[in-house]
Design a binder for this molecule. Structure first.
Ligand code: PEP
Ligand code: MN
Length: 336
């Protein structure tokens, strides 16, 4: 059960409400976010919601049968929109494109990528400065100094930044230089990190765990929301299966299922999803048809020289072609 509280509900009214819900044998958690105040009631007993509906300070009550509550679609009339400012909004109404290298490598690469994005009217740049690498001997990112250089160049060009945060201590140092925190597939169930991201005022994109289920991804999002941050999106990035012909198996099913289960924007990452350059385009287009609200993918001026993930990275010519096709497919989908 989700109880939406009225703005400015008195502490007394809140206490009486909690007491009444507890009498019904429901456990309560109070959630306060940038957008609203809620009480989550967890319990099994059937009761008539009019039993509490009359109490002062309540804006609305919803029964949500899913085990995750706040991220469920069952209570929210409108899907979540993420407003990054300057007219950049991630929502169902538009198809957001986030493109850039796997890793930020230096000023020259940053500038060339930004030029490519500006030429193609892409507003959000991806790139890692803290890189989770399977081997400790691989390039592990330029760190906070790389992020600062990137931020300076991106702001000059009106480009927003999404980058991965790997641990709690990085949240604060990154805060002023980014627009979206990305939680990587290896950190989807780092609950301490999720809790802390619930306390900040910037949007968060959570990737699906490498072997994570759709429900587990939704629970991860529930952590961030219930800790206070409802500026959230989810990202399907492929899962590990027995298939060896591709790096991961892009679970296009998940996109359609997530769109049914949650009001949060659903983003698809075909680069990590299939992991092979030549197949990124068809998979990206399929994800749009399946309902993705945005696509995040890797591009680099010279993929063969990229510090990481070159094998799945598009060059700028391929990237421009993809952008054009994605926009066409999105328009087609809208017209159906
Ligand atoms: C990335 O986007 O650079 C990345 C490391 O992705 P994932 O966490 O999905 O592996
Ligand atoms: Mn990568």
């Amino acid at each position: 059960m989700i109880i939406q509280l009225k703005k400015g509900i008195s502490e007394n009214d809140k206490a009486s409400l909690v007491e009444r819900i507890n009498q019904l044998k429901y456990k309560t958690t109070e959630v306060n976010t940038q957008k609203g105040d809620y009480i989550i009631g967890i319990g099994k007993k059937e009761f008539d919601i009019r039993d509490i509906g009359f109490m002062p300070g309540i804006a609305d009550i919803h029964r949500v049968s899913d085990d995750y509550k706040l991220v469920s679609k069952k209570w929210k009339v409108k899907n979540t929109e993420i407003d990054l400012g300057d007219g950049v909004v991630i929502s169902e109404g538009g198809m957001s494109i986030m493109a850039g290298p796997c890793s930020i490598e230096g000023e020259d690469q940053i500038k060339k990528t930004i030029d490519h994005l500006v030429e193609n009217n892409v507003k959000i740049m991806r790139g890692g400065v803290f890189k989770p690498r399977s081997s400790p001997y691989s390039f592990r990112g330029m760190g906070i100094d790389g992020l600062k250089t990137w931020y300076t160049e991106a702001r000059k060009a009106g480009i927003k930044i999404i980058t991965e945060v790997m641990q709690v201590s990085q949240i604060e140092e990154m805060h002023d230089y980014i627009d979206i925190y990305q939680v990587g597939a290896r950190n989807t169930q780092n609950f301490n990190l999720l809790d802390e991201l619930g306390k900040i005022d910037k949007p968060v994109l959570i990737k699906r765990g490498i072997s994570g289920t759709i429900d587990e991804l939704l629970y991860s999002a529930e952590y961030v929301f219930s800790a206070g941050n409802e500026n959230l999106m989810l990202c399907e990035r492929g899962i590990r299966t027995y298939e060896k012909a591709s790096r991961n198996t892009m679970d296009i099913n998940a996109i359609s299922i997530l769109k049914e289960k949650t009001h949060l924007p659903v983003i698809a990452d075909p680069s990590h999803g299939i992991g092979i350059r030549d197949h990124v385009e068809p998979v990206a287009l399929a994800c749009i048809m399946a309902g993705a609200d945005g696509i995040i993918y890797e591009t680099h001026e010279k993929p063969e020289e990229a510090f990481s993930d070159g094998q799945q990275t598009l060059n700028f010519r391929e990237s421009a072609k993809l952008i054009d096709k994605m926009r066409k497919v999105f328009e087609l989908k809208r017209s159906l």
